[in-house]
Write a protein that binds this ligand. Structure first.
Ligand code: MG
Length: 410
């Protein structure tokens, strides 16, 4: 296991930014959109019959919908660490969810996807939630992103936390500075969308990597006034419908600049729905349990990718994949330099882009909660070893219906 990096004093371990190399004009732009705590069953193209998600459904029709796409762990920080390093979160010592008191972050020796793409000539930006360390050496502007607007950690890490009182104000960053405290959360999706559209316009002439990890629909949830009371699924549905409209605006911006065939769009969630929040949580659809568990409802997420002309349209892929595979796949795709340290993900370009290839080599995906191994999936099988997990299905008790339960099964 490699160590997380810890800040012991303010101003420690400041890194100099890397130097980009000449752009390769043929390299595709990459737009990576991540919803926070969106459930497997929350989108129309994944079977939801109440919430309207026409833009994501259209994106799936224009590209590929993945039915068995996993995150490495069912919680924000660990999941995002895997997404950006290509490693199981254990390998890079990122567990759970960081908060305002956390002094750890990703070790600067880890090479993150934005750093690798920047060094390959990409313009890079993140608009949304970072959640991989809020001390200066860990901020996105030190980790390969040319621009950052958003939150250093979750939107419940402030006075609006649904159950914890007395948390400090929620900071909103622009670059490496806090520019607001306790921002209006109903404006988050609008703001990140506007910044995304501006970034696409400003970089239409060169390859870009736009990382759009939306804050919503993580509790506390808020929709903009224009989306309130529109969904039959209540405020949660309003929030998801606004996110769907945001995806539509990003796609429209790509089209407006004539970049449709030069842009790979990836949409995923960072983990399953936080079921204990009831009507303020999403649905795992047919899957068991949700966030914080390694059952499929916690770790199997909606995943849609589109890239007209280079990725098959109207396709449903049932191959197991995991976020750890995105970094090596994208690095290979654009000819960027891979990380020097070992990673766990593999180049799965043949599966993702639907290229004819030899039969896929069988491989295992491991599921941990923190450092405790809970399950493994190989092919169509998933084995759970006996473990404790949080469930909302238990009998009413002291903590409501949310309790630890030991179980095994599949
Ligand atoms: Mg999350």
């Amino acid at each position: 296991m490699r160590a997380a990096w810890m800040v012991w004093a303010a101003g420690a371990a400041v890194l100099s930014p890397g130097v980009g190399v000449a752009a390769e004009p043929r390299h595709p732009n990459i737009i990576l959109i991540v919803a926070d705590d969106l459930g497997y069953g929350d989108l129309g193209c994944y079977g939801n019959r109440t919430t309207r998600t026409p833009n994501l459904d259209q994106l799936a029709a224009a590209g590929t919908r993945f039915t068995d796409f996993y995150v490495s762990q069912p919680v924000c920080t660990a999941s995002r660490a895997s997404l950006l390093t290509g490693c199981y979160a254990n390998r890079v010592s990122m567990a759970g969810a960081l908060n305002h008191q956390s002094r750890v972050g990703l070790d600067p020796n880890e090479r993150l996807l934005p750093e690798l793409l920047r060094d390959a000539g990409y313009a890079t930006a993140i608009y949304g939630k970072w959640h991989l360390g809020d001390r200066p050496p860990f901020l996105p502007t030190r980790r390969g992103f040319g621009d950052f607007a958003g939150l250093p950690y979750s939107n419940d890490n402030g006075p609006l936390h649904p159950t914890m009182p007395d948390l400090p104000p929620l900071p909103f960053y622009r670059g490496d500075r806090v520019v607001e405290r306790d921002p209006d959360q109903s404006r988050f999706t609008r703001r990140f969308t506007d910044l995304a559209v501006e970034f696409i316009a400003a970089n239409a002439h060169r390859p870009f990597f736009l990382y759009l990890p939306h804050v919503m629909p993580h509790v506390p949830i808020f929709a903009a006034p224009a989306f309130r009371n529109r969904s039959a699924a209540g405020v949660y549905g309003d929030v998801v419908e606004e996110l769907d409209a945001s995806v539509g605006e990003a796609v429209a911006a790509v089209r407006r600049h004539g970049l449709e065939r030069d842009t790979l769009i990836v949409f995923i969630s960072d983990n399953g729905p936080f079921l204990s929040y009831g009507r303020h949580a999403g649905s795992a659809g047919p899957l068991r349990e949700g966030k914080l568990t390694t059952w499929d409802g916690g770790v199997r997420v909606p995943a849609i990718m589109a890239w007209p002309g280079s990725l098959p349209a109207n396709r449903v892929s049932r191959d197991p994949l995991m976020t750890i595979d995105l970094l090596p796949t994208l690095v290979r795709l654009v000819g960027a330099k891979p990380p020097a340290l070992p990673i766990d993900g593999r180049d799965e370009g043949a599966v993702i882009f639907g290229r004819p290839a030899a039969p896929r080599q069988e491989r295992a995906y491991w599921f941990y909660a923190g450092d405790e191994l809970h399950a493994v999936r190989v092919g169509k099988w998933k084995l759970h070893v006996p473990h404790e997990y949080l469930t909302v299905d238990g009998p009413p008790g002291e903590g409501g219906r949310y309790r630890l339960e030991a179980s095994s099964g599949t």
